[in-house]
Design a protein around this ligand. Structure first.
Ligand code: ADE
Length: 232
């Protein structure tokens, strides 16, 4: 049976979805609240994971173990890593990697988790295509991009750090949970996609832009997730 796990790191990334859901059950695990029911007529579990990769991975694992979800979607905001990707635009993941994983001393590529057999975790092709086509209908006034999401336990607000990230990983956007959720989904063989609306440019303006734009950006990403659910 189709059952979609939807993870946002912060309350404002999931609050709209929770409000619009027909809730059947709430379960608490690992200090996270899992809201189970239907959203836009589709079986779903919505949860706020908390910030960072450990929270993201734990949350995805609980969705697999305790809720037997068939798909995982990570919704939220991110910093742009490309000049042409503006605040408000949406990035749909092709793949995701950990920008703070570094085992180069033993011959692995920067970002590669040893013994996984891949540098980046591939997002599901159907979920990607669906997110892109639905985005053009739901948010016709913004651009949607498909590309790599890079994640680490760090808020990026420095042009030099941002530029290193672009050079090293060719990322489209940076955030703090996506790769961990992708990693857990990959290990559990659950199709996933990361959908992130841009809240800032991950440079010296990020500290000011992020609080100004995060709410509107988060709502945009959530609206797209809600719209695409019955089509999965
Ligand atoms: N989430 C939103 N903006 C971000 C940034 N600049 N760095 C890390 N995570 C983010």
């Amino acid at each position: 049976m189709k059952k979609i796990g939807i993870i946002g790191a912060m309350e404002l990334e999931v609050e709209v979805l929770k409000e619009r859901m027909n809730i059947r059950n709430k379960m608490e695990k690992a200090s996270m609240e899992f809201w189970e029911g239907t959203l836009n007529g589709t079986e779903a579990v919505v949860v706020r994971s908390g910030v960072g990769k450990v929270n993201g991975a734990l949350c995805a694992q609980i969705l697999c173990d305790s809720f037997a979800v068939s798909h995982i979607i990570n919704t939220g905001v991110a910093g742009s890593l490309k000049n042409e990707i503006n605040i408000g635009d949406i990035v749909v993941s092709t793949d995701a990697l950990h920008h703070d994983m570094d085992v180069r001393v033993f011959g692995y590529s920067l970002g590669e988790v040893p013994q996984m057999g891949c540098l980046a975790f591939l997002a599901d092709a159907h979920l990607q295509q669906l997110a892109v086509s639905c985005c053009k209908e739901v948010n016709p006034d913004i651009e949607v991009y498909q590309g790599r999401v890079v994640s680490g336990d760090q808020f990026i607000s420095d042009k030099k750090v941002k530029n290193d990230m672009i050079q090293n990983f060719q990322g489209f956007c940076v955030e703090m949970e996506g790769a961990a959720i992708a990693h857990a989904s990959y290990l559990n063989q659950i199709p996933f996609v990361i959908i992130r609306a841009i809240s800032d440019k991950a440079d010296d303006s990020a500290q000011v832009d992020y609080p100004s734009f995060e709410k509107a950006a988060a709502a945009r990403s959530a609206a797209l997730v809600e719209y695409m659910l019955p089509k999965i």
